[in-house]
Design a protein around this ligand. Structure first.
Ligand code: SF4
Length: 591
């Protein structure tokens, strides 16, 4: 089974605390790099190839989901939305019956899907606050061609299936037998005979159906198709799992040419996937592992680990999980000791290791002691603004309190068709709106059923702010909830007793920039800066025109104070908002 969900009854770890192959690789690359990216959750620049790679993968998966036995090459991109059960098989003379015609069909289907998915990813990249690079520096034709290359490689599997499929496998498929977790083909009906089944030798279209690998359904929710280790400390997600002709092979798609250090990580990633498969399949070891470098049309074979190697790998990864995820870890536990860069040429071919240092191109060199930074980070204290007699208390990030608990009465509640109700609460003579952004789920709802006017409730961990009309608003996110209660709790405060303004100081990691179009049709822009101090990280955000021009000169490693900010939060992320009266002060410059 390419998917293994966590067992909610026994999972005490949770999906955000599991180890993944990419985290394990980052740790091996450099423990301090892991600290910055995983513990402080700093985001490296989101460049176009990251989004184009996802666009290639989605395009390929959408073509694999379709069938040349049911879909004309000119069909619209959303033709599968109706479901394969409701599509009629094409006539024999309408389906591709040679390898060349099948490749042409794939190419045409790529050309139907690619422009839509490419543009969707372009829009996603454009609105990303941490986008980097220039979209137009990349050849869209090359990425489109990579999609065609992937389908060409897949056709190799289809041909192999057509030539080698055994009588039993073919008959079973024709009789409608399905694997426990079938490849995503949008079919849900049971049938005695597959609608595309023929008689005699396996046809090309039948081979396309039988060889269809398991892949991540592009329409599935995030995380839903992960494979979770039975003890819940590890999770991964395969790209392609081929299961035809009694051969189990795991492939990974890479929209790249395969040169450079990262190709070393792919080797480890595939071997870890072999481990995961073996652990979740009673010790079955995949027959092959391959990286498909779509930029150079190379299928690189990765040595499959033995059972003994899998045991060692599992032990090491479990130890790593215990070391970095199970226990509270500090920056000192993550030394800035990078491993040497590994040399790979196109197609992931191992060559001599380069002389350069990993730190030379590291995104965090301006923060790290091995670059131009140090570990002597700001830690609260006081700040005297030049020309101002006032002394400002600077709060360490860990001590910021964006959340409050409040005991109050429901003043009004209005059910709406879709989504959580509009609630207004009252405490003494004060009123506030409740903004439920995260309604929770059946097992863990963020507000109780049947709330009515006059009920008394406790608002736990809600985030106070003011809306555009200046009214008090209490936000309910994944870490907040409303519970019915007849009396206040010890931590409860008055409706207006929360601290509205804070002063913070930290070291600049990077700036962010978001733009969009508001409901009124007007464009908006927000800028932000991500800061770290000795206790953690926060982001500070404000409207584009609220920042002084000095904001545009901020560099990684500079230290700044931002005074009189309000607080906001989403789950574990704390955000400071630049408000009227807030100010930005430069404390020191990196250089
Ligand atoms: S600069 Fe070097 S030591 Fe520091 S995080 Fe980056 S790779 Fe690691």
């Amino acid at each position: 089974m390419p998917v293994r969900a966590a067992d909610a009854a026994t999972d005490k770890i949770g999906r955000f605390n599991r180890l993944s192959a990419s985290q394990a690789n980052t740790w091996e690359d450099c423990p301090r790099l892991w600290w910055y990216q995983n513990k402080l959750r700093l985001k490296f620049p989101q460049t176009p190839p990251l989004f184009l790679g996802r666009a290639v993968e989605e395009t390929v998966c959408r073509v694999f989901m379709e069938s040349p036995g049911m879909i004309f090459y000119q069909a619209p991109a959303d033709v599968m939305e109706i479901g394969a059960d409701f599509l009629l098989p094409l006539l024999d003379d309408e389906v591709p019956d040679t390898e060349e015609k099948l490749l042409l069909w794939c190419e045409k289907r790529v050309d139907v899907h690619w422009p839509i998915i490419r543009d969707k990813m372009h829009a996603e990249w454009q609105k990303h606050a941490r986008k980097g690079g220039n979209w137009h520096d990349y050849s869209m034709q090359q990425y489109r061609d990579m999609c065609v290359t992937a389908t060409k490689m897949h056709i190799g599997e289809v041909i192999k299936c057509m030539q080698e499929v055994g009588a039993r496998e073919l008959t079973m498929w024709r009789e409608g037998h399905k694997l426990e977790i079938p490849a995503p083909d949008t079919r849900s009906k049971e049938f005695d005979r597959h609608p595309l089944a023929r008689y005699g030798e396996c046809t090309l279209v039948e081979a396309w159906e039988i060889a269809r690998p398991w892949f991540v359904d592009p329409d599935a929710p995030d995380f839903s198709l992960n494979v979770v280790h039975p003890e819940h400390w590890f999770q991964g997600e395969y790209d392609l799992v081929y299961r035809h002709c009694n051969s189990l092979r795991i492939m990974d798609l890479k929209a790249s040419r395969g040169g450079g250090d990262r190709s070393g990580n792919y080797v480890e990633q595939l071997r870890i996937y072999a481990m995961l498969w073996s652990i979740t399949h009673d010790g079955q070891i995949p027959d092959a592992l391959e990286v498909w470098y779509l930029g150079v049309e190379v299928r690189k074979s990765i040595p499959v680990p033995t059972a003994a190697e899998i045991d060692i790998m599992e032990g090491k990864l479990k130890d790593l999980w215990s070391e970095i995820k199970e226990t509270e870890i500090t920056a000192e536990d993550c030394p800035p000791i990078p491993r040497p860069l590994r040399g790979y040429s196109e197609g992931g071919v191992k060559i001599e290791d380069p002389k350069e240092n990993r730190c030379d191109t590291c995104d965090w060199a301006g923060l790290c002691p091995n670059g131009t930074g140090d570990d002597d980070l700001p830690a609260g204290g006081e700040y005297e603004k030049p020309g101002d007699i006032k002394v400002y208390d600077l709060t360490p990030f860990n001590d910021l309190q964006p959340r409050v608990d409040i005991f109050c009465e429901i003043f009004s509640i209005k059910e709406i068709d879709f989504g959580p109700p509009n609630i207004m609460i009252q405490q003494n003579d004060g009123f506030a709106h409740i903004k439920i952004i995260h309604p929770g789920d059946e097992d863990n709802p963020s507000y109780p059923d049947g709330l009515k006017k006059g009920d008394t409730v406790r608002l736990e961990g809600v985030i106070p702010s003011t809306n555009w009309k200046g009214e008090l608003q209490l936000k309910v996110d994944p870490h907040a909830r409303i519970v019915k209660s007849s009396s206040p709790g010890e931590s409860d405060i008055g409706l207006f007793d929360f601290r509205a303004r804070w002063n913070v100081a930290g070291r600049v990691c990077y700036t962010t920039h978001k733009t969009g179009i508001g409901k009124n049709g007007k464009p908006w822009a927000r800028k932000g800066v991500v800061l770290i101090d000795d206790t953690g990280r926060i982001s500070v955000e404000g409207w584009d025109n609220a920042w002084p021009s000095i904001f545009n000169t901020l560099q990684q490693g500079d230290e700044i104070a931002v005074l009189n900010v309000s607080l906001d939060a989403w789950a574990i992320d704390v955000k400071a908002n630049l408000e009227k009266g807030s100010s930005l002060q430069i404390l020191s410059r990196q250089n």
